[in-house]
Each structure stands twice: as C-alpha cells, then as structure tokens.
Design a protein around this ligand. Structure first.
Ligand SMILES: *Cc1c(COP(=O)(O)O)cnc(C)c1O
Length: 355
C-alpha cells in the first residue's frame, strides 16, 4: 500500500448518481454529470455514466480531450466559459460549451466552420451570483447575434448560483431563465432546447417542487461525488457521504507541550500563529501537507482526533483521546470537503484508488 491515498467507492458513487438522476427525471430534468472535481478520472466517469448520467461537463479542455480519446460516446460540454486561446481545442473536443462573450462565440463559429463542425452554445445568464453570464436584460440581443452565426447552434440558456456570491437558488431566480427562454422563442421563432438551471445547490428546489417549471437540466458534481451541498449547509437527502476516504500514514508520535517554546515569528506561510496552552498532548505527524491538500476541508473519521494544523508536508494531529492506539506507521482516515477533494485529486503525490 502507498500513502497518501484516496479510496473512491465506485458503487456508492453509482448509487448517488442513480438517486439524483431519478429525482430529477421525475421533474423532467436531465443531469449533466460534472467531472472536474476528480480530474475526469476515467473509472469514476464511467461510474457516473453507469448511474444514468446522459451528458458530461468539465471545466478543463484537457479533461474533455482525455475523455473523448478514451472512446466515451456521450456528449461532453465545456462548462467554464472558453478562453479565446483555446477555442480551436474546444470545437475539436467538446460537443458544446457554456458562454457569455459574443466575441468568443464568434471565434467558436469561425473555428467550427473551418473544421466542418456544428458547436452547441448555451448562453450563461447572470441572475445575481455575479460570476459568469450576460445580464438578463441583454440576453435577447445576444441570442439574436448567436442565431446569425454559422457553425454554432444556439442550444439554450444556463445559470449558476451559489458558487461565488453564495446566492441561494430560488423559484424566482430560476424563473428568470425560463421567462427569458419563452421570450426568445416568441421573438425569434426558435425552440430553446436546454434550460440549464444550476448545480448541486439547486437540487433542494427540485426536492421541494420549487424549481421553475421549464428548467430541464442541472449540472451536478458534488452531490454525486460526496453527497454534500455546502451552499445549503446540508447533506443531499438520499445520498451517501461515504464515497471517498483519504488514508494517510503517521511518521511521528510524541507527547509534547501544546504551546511552542521560544519567541514567535511567522510560520512558513507568513502568518503569526497563536496557540492556547492545553498542557502536554500526544501529537502525531501525518505525511501529508498543504502541498497535497486544502487541510481545512479534512474531517478525521475518528471524531476524537483533532487536526491542529499543517505545513507544506506535515499534518499535525492531537491524538491524546484517539479511540485506537496511534503509533508510527498507523494509518488515519479522513472524509473531505469538495475543496479538499479538488486539491487531493490534483496532487500527483496522492494515489487515487477506485475500490
Ligand atoms: C463546478 C460547476 C458545476 C457543478 O457544481 P456542483 O456544486 O459540484 O454540483 C456546475 N456548473 C458550473 C458552471 C460549474 O463550474
């Protein structure tokens, strides 16, 4: 065994996907499975597809290229609005993309024509979270421009909340999208095929029957992968949170004081640390650090273990009250937040092991 390792329980992820796909289907909503959280690792991608996901989305073109080259047949979309410098790759590898800049859509149109392809475009609308998207009042005019561009097909509208501004999904903000779609259909005599109403946080509206009728797609990553919904501060009902476990190895165990000895300057990251004197404690060092992981997002499975802090390569634990005997070579287990998962998956020093 090699450590640190992240063990990925594929059958639980498949069940989470199946549960969410079924929940959405009952409201006429398709699920786009979002693969960026695990760098589109192929066994996990295939598990999402087994779980009933009919489309995939990723924010990185490298991941999309990798999925396409592996022979996956289902449509894959670029969900981060494209960089002008990557439009050729986008047209080549992605079936469609989410966009907000007419200039970039123009470039996509040019490349699609050159490559003899039709690239699908979903226009992002900013309903208040202030990340990507056209302001609602500008949407009809921008759609008019897209409809005139050869090589691209205007597929529909999308929105995202709960990521930057922390705005909660609501009937009102999802209704903005549906109203705009109906307006476009009337004005231009086209069908708006896709209304992509949000991410994991929007599942709550589906459960409560509070999503605006007409929304027919959600883009789901975290709910499938971890069963968590931090925007609403909850677990997604009906899903498992035991999908991924980080296992890491202990390299030192000693009883030491809880307060450092000597004059305090700055730590390795430039912060002035503050410590409370709690008397002597049994401290363990785990071979894992800030270079591998967003430490704040780790949760020890043994609740009596406390995370004290970390430097680049060392994670410090208080194991005074640990249930199990902790010694050098022991392996400790953690659950993780989406942020911690992202960082661990991206680190080449962490093994990713589907089980
Ligand atoms: C990451 C992302 C998602 C998925 O969000 P989850 O909270 O993981 O479901 C959906 N849409 C866009 C545009 C994203 O960037």
């Amino acid at each position: 065994m090699t450590y640190p390792r992240i063990e990925i329980n594929l059958s639980l992820i498949r069940e989470n996907a199946r549960y969410i796909v079924d929940l959405c289907k009952r409201s006429g909503i398709e699920v786009m499975g979002i693969t960026k959280g695990f760098c589109a690792l192929l066994p996990v991608v295939r598990t999402m597809v087994d779980g009933g996901v009919k489309k995939l989305g990723d924010s990185r073109i490298k991941n999309i290229k990798n999925m396409k080259c592996s022979g996956l047949e289902i449509p894959i979309y670029l969900i981060r609005i494209p960089m002008p410098s990557e439009v050729e790759e986008v047209v080549r590898w992605a079936d469609g993309s989410f966009n907000s800049e007419p200039e970039v859509i123009d470039l996509l149109s040019e490349k699609a024509r050159a490559l003899g392809k039709i690239h699908r475009v979903i226009l992002m609308v900013d309903v208040g979270d202030l990340r990507e998207g056209v302001m609602p009042e500008d949407v009809p005019e921008v759609v008019g421009r897209i409809l005139e561009m050869p090589g691209v097909e205007f597929e529909g509208l999308g929105t995202n909340v709960g990521c930057y501004g922390g705005v909660l999904p609501s009937y009102e903000n999802t209704k903005i999208l549906v109203d705009l779609a109906r307006d476009i259909e009337k004005r231009y005599g086209v069908r708006v095929k896709t209304i992509s109403g949000g991410n994991t946080a929007t599942l709550k509206l589906v459960e409560n029957g509070r999503i605006a009728p007409g929304v027919n797609q959600l883009r789901i990553g975290e709910g499938i992968l971890l069963g968590t919904d931090p925007t609403n501060g909850r677990n997604v009902p009906g899903t498992s949170q035991a999908t991924m476990v980080l296992k890491a190895e202990i390299i030192e165990v000693k009883v030491k004081p809880s307060k450092p000895i000597g004059e305090i300057g700055r730590d390795a990251f430039g912060n002035i640390p503050v410590f409370e004197d709690r008397g002597p404690m049994k401290r363990a060092i785990v071979a894992l650090g800030k270079q591998d992981c967003r430490i704040e997002g780790l949760i020890p499975l043994d609740e009596s273990i406390e995370i004290l802090g970390a430097s680049s390569d060392h994670l410090l634990l208080d194991v005074t009250r640990a249930k199990r005997d902790i010694r050098v070579g022991s392996v400790v287990e953690f659950r993780m937040s989406y942020g911690a998962m992202l960082s661990l998956m991206t680190s080449p020093y962490v093994d990713k092991v589907p089980v």
